[in-house]
Design a protein around this ligand. Structure first.
Ligand code: AMP
Ligand code: ZN
Length: 114
């Protein structure tokens, strides 16, 4: 999608601190980190929100989640733990409408979230 911030990052039109990429998934550091590790894992294909997923995307979602777990593990957070979250639409605070998994680690998280 031409006017999507994350599509522009994926296309290399906007700079980002990319930590992983393959033919289906890209991961980059959040520009406004909420924890010592705050990575966003996104599909290359534009999907606006979780509401747009179909059964055909099950494999892609699995890749996103497993990549997030691998990046958290690589950052040393596997044992102490980390948080992985998708925000969907306004009540959850979604601001960029291209699906992204937040992977946050390196500090203790609270629950429930704000
Ligand atoms: P959400 O509120 O779940 O839609 O999350 C959007 C995230 O994108 C926020 O955590 C922002 O800090 C992050 N973000 C916005 N612009 C950029 C950017 N240019 N590069 C990296 N992360 C960004
Ligand atoms: Zn997009």
């Amino acid at each position: 999608m031409t006017d999507c911030l994350f599509c522009k990052i994926i296309a290399g039109q906007i700079p980002a601190s990319i930590v992983y990429q393959d033919d289906r998934v890209v991961a980059f550091n959040d520009i406004n980190p909420q924890a010592p590790t705050h990575v966003l894992v996104v599909p290359r294909r534009h999907l606006a929100s979780l509401n747009d997923l179909t059964a055909e995307d099950d494999g892609l979602v699995g890749e996103i989640v497993r990549r997030g777990a691998a990046l958290a593990k690589a950052a040393g957070h596997a044992d102490r733990g980390y948080r992985a979250v998708f925000n969907c639409n306004a009540d959850a605070g979604q601001t960029v409408f291209h699906i992204h998994l937040h992977v946050l680690g390196g500090r203790t998280m609270t629950w429930p979230p704000g």
